[in-house]
Design a binder for this molecule. Structure first.
Ligand code: SF4
Length: 431
């Protein structure tokens, strides 16, 4: 294994004396962005510097996503486009989930590329470029925004019927609290967004029961805001709810996927709509300002009209702030592909539109309800900020006066709402 710091100093730069340049293109989810940050940290530690554009780089890395068919298509299109535009002699490395999952196929389809699932060494010239590593514990560059994702575990121990992630990311492997806190300290940001495939199960692979609660407590002691993404609903214990409430960011991203009980069992998942609603109501009773996000899959095999109606009724009652909807995509080797009751693509698209339109209206009304309210916001960049209700890159934003510097906190009054976004002025300012 090659780790930054393990090479003698004279091997950390190329012997030409001219620094090589890199370009890292990232597709997919926040977890992939963290992996890319760590790749960049490794490349920089090896003496490479960022290129101004992919066409100018000596090394082009594409960190791919393979979550669903559309993501795979986008990843392949990006690889082909960057392969075509890179300058003569530039190395092309394809890594990430697509490389993990379809490494052999990719390598034969793209002979000009080096295909490296994580853990596979690739060489550029005489030395490893993308080393055999566990990305989880590698250092990363200091964040350029006032917030950053921190991945606390890799892999997943669940067996959701639609999901291929455990087959190529493996069983859950949690980082130590110490390494996570060291990363949090080094990032130096105001908001940390904790992510993992199954965040609430953090530490369970090491038999550390309740480790997520302790971790959130530790991170909260270090940064102004701690946010959690991807919580499996059965793991939302009272102690986890309370420690999230104590972060000052009562934001609950519940990974629900559906609400119809039998359908959830077909998905090999826990819960049902009634339990979810009760939990949401209990959280709201305790934290009236709590914001909720979830994601749902429509068109999974066996889904009936009644299941769809149950989902729509749930959305009406739950009044979630945010929700994402995905059309089921059959993933090779998953349990779902063995199930009868295929839902046609047309019907799935119709159900997707129906649910999306309903939720858009709910989100818009939740945003309108904030008119005139005072909110505490973190300014991400001049003119753009977020309160506890908005996760970065996923939810809406708040337009604030551009005089507020990035990284500062401010108290603002909401003066307008357009779809998911809000307009706000400093408290006390004339409108
Ligand atoms: S919890 Fe389910 S959907 Fe999420 S990564 Fe694990 S198996 Fe996949």
């Amino acid at each position: 294994m090659t780790r930054p710091g393990s090479c003698p100093p004279d091997r950390r730069r190329y012997s030409t004396g001219v620094a090589r340049t890199y370009w890292v293109e990232t597709l997919g989810c926040p977890k992939n962005q963290v992996d890319s940050d760590k790749l960049i940290g490794t490349l920089q530690a090896d003496g490479l510097i960022a290129a101004a554009a992919p066409e100018a780089a000596d090394l082009v890395v594409v960190n791919t996503c393979a979550f669903i068919e559309a993501a795979r298509e986008e990843s392949v299109a990006t690889v082909l486009s960057l392969s075509g535009s890179r300058r003569a002699g530039a190395e092309l490395v394809v890594t990430g989930c697509l490389a993990e999952r379809y490494g052999a196929e990719l390598a034969s389809a793209l002979p000009e590329a080096k295909v490296a699932g994580f853990g596979v060494p690739v060489t550029l010239g005489a030395k490893p470029t993308v080393p055999a590593f566990d990305l989880l514990n590698l250092p990363r560059p200091r964040a350029s925004a006032p917030w950053a994702y921190v991945k606390v575990a890799e892999g997943c121990d669940r067996t959701c019927g639609f999901c291929a992630i455990p087959s190529f990311r493996g069983k859950q492997r949690s980082r130590t609290v110490e390494s996570i806190l060291a990363e949090v300290d080094a990032l130096g940001v105001q908001e940390i967004v904790l992510v993992a495939q199954d965040l609430a199960s953090y530490g369970r692979d090491d038999h550390r029961a309740g480790a997520i609660v302790e971790l959130v407590r530790e991170v909260t002691a270090r940064v102004a805001r701690t946010r959690l993404l991807y919580l499996y609903p059965s793991e939302l214990t009272d102690s986890l709810i309370d420690v999230i409430g104590a972060t000052g960011v009562p934001y609950f991203d519940l990974s629900l996927q559906h609400v119809a009980k039998q359908h959830l069992r077909r998905m090999r998942r826990w819960g049902d709509g009634r339990r979810f609603l009760d939990r949401i109501a209990a959280i709201r009773a305790r934290y009236p300002d709590a914001a909720f996000r979830s994601s749902f899959i429509v068109g999974y095999p066996g889904e009936t009209e009644a299941d769809q109606d149950a989902l729509l009724a749930f959305l009406e009652e739950a009044q979630l702030d945010w929700a994402g909807f995905f059309a089921y995509s059959a993933e090779e080797g998953t349990y779902a592909t063995t199930l009868p009751g295929r839902v046609s693509a047309g019907l799935a698209a119709e159900r997707l539109r129906e649910a999306g339109e309903l939720q858009d209206a709910i989100t818009a009304s939740k945003r309108l309800a904030l008119l005139g309210c005072d909110l505490d916001v973190l300014v991400d960049e001049p003119g753009l900020a977020r309160s506890h209700r908005e996760a970065p890159e996923i939810d809406g934003v708040i337009h604030v006066p551009s005089s507020l510097p990035a990284g500062s906190f401010a108290r603002v009054t909401v003066t307008g709402a357009t779809g998911p976004d809000l307009d706000a002025v400093l408290v006390g300012a004339e409108v």
